[in-house]
Design a protein around this ligand. Structure first.
Ligand SMILES: Nc1ncnc2c1ncn2[C@@H]1O[C@H](COP(=O)(O)OP(=O)(O)OP(=O)(O)O)[C@@H](O)[C@H]1O
Length: 759
């Protein structure tokens, strides 16, 4: 293995290595010194065996950064050019670099604390149902009918700790409440059960024919995403099977407003809604009568009180207040009860007045440990515990190695059947999710105009029919293009399915994709944005990878909470870059009861060795070579396909924009000024110089603007952006405007951004 980044990446054939390299690009000084240096280097075997940890020569760093790719076939563009270039040789594109994966990477700045010699015991689950036999749903005060239904029909044997606390409290008093408990601890039933019990009780109080759909709307449940609303509605429908005279429904958008209006006109007793859609109906649908509403539940209440939803929520509360009337149904309380529920709920007193919450009780799970100490007492306001059985780790991965490390991590994870059933990979923006989906669903070495193993050029038609086969397989799996075989980390023993999910997809596609991931019996991975971070209860998720760290520590708690639910095991790993991002480890430790003794660390070398070094396919190459081959293959694929190149560039741009929206208190750990844009581009398989990738906020030089102009006239500048795709990706030649818009987005998202178009 050569130590020179260029050689590593070019993987040139022997004949090419003996040729004198041409040096292009950079300043004349760089080219001259690169040339001189190469003349003084031994030609053969120099640097063999050097890995990523070899001491670096600073001059080489500069060389690797500035030197352009060389190719004996340079200048022969188009298909003809493709045909005649060597298999492993880089394709020349003006203004592009193929830098090495293993040079110039920053080292970790943090010294790992020595681990205690004592083995760490597996922690007992903290979000499981109470199995001591003492607590039953009947004991909590639920009606025998409802309790029997839970036991026999829904097979819920015992309540969880938060259900125990919440059901008894909310049945006893009519005070407003905060329900705060770990992810996956059954909070949905914790507020639904007392609510349903209350409405069932109204039926008994009503002398004539009891409560029915025309009796009025008694409760509204708000949640931030459509997916979560649907999930809540399914749980509610299941509970209401024992009281089928009570009718529930949803208004969440994504379907025709006309059908929602028709549903409201027919009459509902419990409504599940997204704030935006409810606000719309309150303004425009006469049939929506809220005079009887006496329960308002804000699921993921902290998210609903964030900027973005805040205004809508205040508007809704004002209208509910103004339209409330004494009910003609006996037993309906005179005042409305508001319940906020979340794993990361802070008693933010300042905001409470805004949604008319008064003297709210704080309902928490009483987790009394064996020493009789109550867990809740140790909690401080700003940190939220994660389920104790959830095993967390962090991986210190430099920018350049991010894409290959994620691939290696997933390769290793799915190396054998049954090792992991489902995994979720969180990214910061929709464009990154789309890019990773395409990268992972393509097969290694499959691209147009590629040479065969024997050195002959493969037949384009054959290649295209291969591609057509893959596409038709994908089409069969998912007509919407959101599900595909995960070729990058499937192997002959284990084939994995890949899904992508984000808020920019049409609603019916989001729903179908989530359903497929949820029900899949095959090992599956879902690459998604924070649209799936909160509340979703997806079965058999055993691993969560935060490829891009969350915008806030609270969001991190929700993301990793998609695994280790209801007492089950789970693992989570977050990718951090060496440097200031490593300070995030302190935040990870805060989620532990013991200060993070069980938190484990890994790094890119370890991940790559495990992912690319061990494989079910025999190969004499070592892990570094295999990693480089894989990266180069992806880079060439992107270069060969304008559609994917555009996708990679958009991913890169949106990633940077999203990076700038970390909440203010955490921005010192995610400092945009510390991002090495050139290295980051590599993780999007890009060979462009960052300045050429139209990053908003970065001024393109006059020279580059001129070159761009010329290139676009000659049609070589790549495709123009599709119409309609410009809203979130302002054309970057107007960088000042783009920077202004980015700052605006940052302000909008300061209180903890999720994806920009979440619900
Ligand atoms: N008492 C119980 N016994 C068995 N299963 C239960 C019980 N209560 C809830 N569940 C199941 O536990 C899972 C998690 O519940 P739920 O989604 O309400 O958790 P949550 O605390 O709201 O999580 P999050 O904070 O992520 O929103 C669901 O699949 C639910 O059906």
């Amino acid at each position: 293995m050569a130590d020179d980044g260029m050689l590593l990446n070019f993987a040139l054939g022997d004949s090419v290595i003996t040729q004198e390299a041409k040096y292009k690009g950079g300043t004349w000084r760089d080219r001259l010194s690169a040339k001189k240096r190469s003349q003084h280097q031994p030609r053969d075997g120099e640097g063999k065996g050097k890995g990523p940890h070899q001491p670096k020569n600073p001059n080489q760093t500069q060389l690797a950064k500035r030197q352009r790719t060389t190719d004996s076939n340079e200048g022969r563009g188009g298909e003809g050019g493709n045909r005649s270039r060597p298999q492993q040789g880089p394709r020349r594109h003006p203004g592009q670099f193929a830098s090495s994966l293993f040079t110039s990477n920053p080292e970790s700045t943090h010294v790992e604390e020595p681990k205690s010699e004592e083995p760490i015991e597996d922690a007992k689950p903290t979000n499981a149902p109470l199995v001591d036999g003492l607590d039953t749903f009947t004991n909590l005060g639920l009606s025998p009918n409802l309790a029997a239904h839970l036991l026999t029909k829904l097979e819920l044997k015992a309540p969880t700790a938060i259900q125990k606390a919440s059901v008894s409290q909310l049945l006893k008093e009519e005070s407003d409440a905060f329900i705060q408990a770990e992810t996956g601890s059954g909070k949905t039933l914790a507020y639904l059960l007392p609510l349903v019990q209350r409405i069932m009780a109204l039926s008994k109080a009503t002398k004539e024919d009891g409560v029915h759909r025309d009796s009025g709307l008694f409760a509204i449940i708000l949640a931030p995403t459509r997916e979560l609303c649907k999930q809540i509605s399914v749980v509610l429908e299941n509970v209401l099977r024992c009281a089928n005279w009570i009718v529930c429904g949803t208004v969440i958008g994504g379907e025709k407003k006309k059908s929602e209006k028709a549903r409201l006109r027919k009459g509902l007793n419990i409504l599940v809604a997204t704030p935006g859609r409810l606000a719309d109906h309150l303004d425009n649908t006469e049939a929506l009568n809220v005079s009887n509403v006496r329960w308002l539940v804000l699921d993921e209440g902290d998210r609903l009180m964030d900027l973005g939803f805040e205004e809508e929520l205040q508007g809704i509360v004002k209208k509910l207040d103004a339209r409330q009337r004494p009910s003609r149904v006996p037993g309906v309380p005179t005042r409305r009860t508001t319940v906020l529920c979340s794993a990361t709920l802070k008693m933010n007193v300042q905001r409470l007045g805004e949604i008319s919450l008064k003297d709210a009780v704080h309902i928490k799970a009483d987790l009394t440990d064996e020493d009789g100490e109550t867990e809740g007492k140790k909690d401080d306001e700003d940190s939220f515990r994660v389920p104790a059985q959830l095993k967390q780790s962090y991986a210190v991965v430099p920018s350049k190695l991010r894409l290959v490390s994620l691939t290696a991590f997933l390769k290793r994870t799915f190396i054998r059947k049954g090792s992991v059933m489902k995994a979720i990979v969180f990214v910061s923006c929709a464009d990154s999710a789309d890019f990773l989906f395409e990268v992972f669903s393509r097969e290694f070495g499959k691209r147009k105009g590629k040479k065969n193993r024997d050195g002959n050029h493969s037949d384009d038609e054959e290649e295209e029919s291969d591609e057509a086969k893959i596409l038709s397989e994908r089409e069969k799996m998912s007509p919407h293009g959101t599900i595909a075989p995960a070729a990058a980390f499937s192997n002959s023993l284990n084939s994995v399915r890949l899904h992508r999910l984000h808020g920019s997809l049409p609603q019916q596609i989001r729903t179908a994709t989530l359903k497929s991931f949820s029900r899949s019996d095959d090992p599956s991975v879902m690459v998604c944005t924070d649209v799936a971070a909160r509340g979703l209860d997806l079965p058999n998720v055993e691993l969560v990878i935060e490829y891009d760290p969350a915008f806030s520590a609270d969001d991190h708690t929700h993301r990793i909470g998609r695994t280790a639910r209801l007492g089950r095991d789970g693992r989570a790993c977050i990718f951090l870059q060496p440097g200031c991002e490593e300070n995030y480890v302190e935040i990870l430790k805060r989620g532990y009861r013991d200060g993070g003794k069980a938190l484990t660390r890994t790094d890119a070398t370890e991940i790559l060795k495990r992912g690319f070094g061990v494989s079910v396919d025999s190969s004499s190459k070592n892990w570094e070579e295999k990693t480089t081959d894989w990266q180069m293959d992806v880079e060439r694929w992107a270069l060969d396909n304008p559609k994917y190149l555009e996708m990679a560039r958009r991913g890169f741009q949106s990633h940077i924009r999203a990076y700038a929206t970390h909440i203010a208190s955490e921005r010192s750990m995610f400092d945009i000024k510390e991002l090495h844009l050139g290295h980051l581009a590599k993780s999007f398989a890009l060979r462009d110089r960052p300045g050429k990738i139209n990053v908003p906020g970065l001024r393109t030089s006059k020279e580059e603007t001129k070159k761009d102009f010329k290139a676009s006239r000659s049609g070589a500048a790549g495709q123009k952006r599709k119409a309609g795709a410009t809203d979130d990706n302002p054309v970057a030649s107007n960088t000042d405007d783009a920077a202004r818009r980015m700052r605006q987005k940052m302000r909008e998202n300061m209180a903890g951004a999720s994806e920009f178009n979440l619900a």
